[in-house]
Design a protein around this ligand. Structure first.
Ligand code: F1P
Length: 346
């Protein structure tokens, strides 16, 4: 997994991805609504896209589990675009969701990693992520590659629709170019994360919290821990904690909080205080140089600063590493977790 994570080549495939998006540009610009269908990690990438597309391109977005959407009777028409996201391109639920959406007249744009896969062939247009093969069953670099394509879509459409100012577009493009080196920096956290993993490898449960762009990352962090270490983990929007999950917090409960400096930072500070008041153990992912949350947290993992729009590309990495090391320490097979298939084709 570590080798494949180091192999992320976000910038490398930009050119190919852009050509797929460009061909489909007018459809996106004139879309009434975008519906994203996917499963698992790909669904989490879709949730990040909901924030990106609504923020930058001002098109309403719905993100649906393909496994549920395929059995509904959804209301769709020709002005809707369905984005289907799949690492393998073979997930049966996503394929069935595409067929359903097509039958209702929607146009389908695919984001797949595997060239020539069934989903890629079933779509009207699309972009390959070219992230290279996922060595393990659990998606890791596929997530960052999918989010990168979705970021480009949101930027291109936003700029065409006039909802994203040229200066902001330029700023984001410049920042996007810095992401591969910041990913490398985040991977240097490995040794520090091993030490944290040693302390938490035997826990029974774990909670992940995040707000805004980091909320889907909290879900993804929890999924990675479940998938490869078999520890029960749940991700929540941090503000949702007070509506129920807070009852779970005591001195036994590790709470991973993604608390990077962004527009919801002050509110996340309050959430960390709420967890500490109940003696929960806080593992905080913070922006380099932050001092407020480190003063409250039990463990601090600093990641490089970036725009909040791009933060999921960095904030997910320590969570992937944490799951990986916990799983290895528990003797789990991280490449082939029990009960999981690389492509869920039934
Ligand atoms: C979806 C998915 C993965 C997960 C596991 C099972 O696959 O849920 O996210 O890690 O491999 O399948 P895909 O449609 O993105 O290939």
């Amino acid at each position: 997994i570590l080798d494949s994570m180091r192999g992320r080549m976000i910038a490398e495939s930009n050119h190919l991805m852009m050509s797929g998006i460009r061909e489909f540009e007018n459809k996106f610009v004139n879309a009434n609504r975008i519906i994203i269908v996917a499963c698992g990690t790909s669904w989490h990438a879709g949730l990040v896209a909901e924030y990106l597309i609504e923020d930058l391109a001002r098109i309403p977005v719905e993100v649906e589990y393909a496994s549920e959407f395929r059995y509904r009777n959804p209301i769709l028409n020709e002005k809707d675009i369905v984005i289907a996201i799949s690492q393998s391109g073979e997930t049966a639920d996503t394929l069935a969701a595409i067929e359903l959406a097509k039958s209702k007249g929607a146009t389908i744009f695919g984001i797949c990693n595997v060239v020539g896969s069934s989903i890629a062939r079933a779509t009207d247009a699309g972009a390959y992520t070219h992230a290279g093969p996922e060595i393990g069953v659990a998606s890791t670099k596929a997530f960052t590659a999918q989010v990168t394509v979705l970021t480009l879509i949101a930027m291109i459409i936003g700029s065409k629709r006039g909802t994203l100012e040229t200066t902001k577009l330029h700023e984001l493009m410049v920042e996007l170019e810095t992401i591969p080196s910041k990913v490398e920096e985040a991977l240097q956290l490995n040794d520090q994360i091993i030490k944290i993993a040693e302390q938490y490898k035997d826990v029974a449960n774990c909670i992940y919290l995040g707000r805004g762009y980091n909320f889907p990352v909290a879900l993804e962090g929890a999924l990675k821990l479940k998938e490869i270490s078999y520890i029960h983990a749940e991700g929540y929007p941090a503000a949702e904690m007070k509506h129920g999950p807070i009852a779970l917090i005591d001195e036994q409960m590790p709470v991973v909080v993604i608390a990077t400096k962004d527009s919801s930072y002050e509110k996340v500070v309050s959430n960390v205080q709420e967890v500490k008041a109940r003696k929960g153990k806080v593992i905080a992912i913070v922006t380099e140089g932050d001092t407020t949350i480190p003063a409250m947290a039990d463990h601090v993992i600093e990641i490089p600063e970036t725009s909040e729009h791009l933060m999921p590309l960095l904030s997910v990495i320590p969570l992937q590493l944490l799951s990986y090391h916990i799983a290895v320490m528990r003797g789990c097979n991280v490449d082939q977790p029990r009960n999981l298939a690389k492509s869920v084709t039934v």
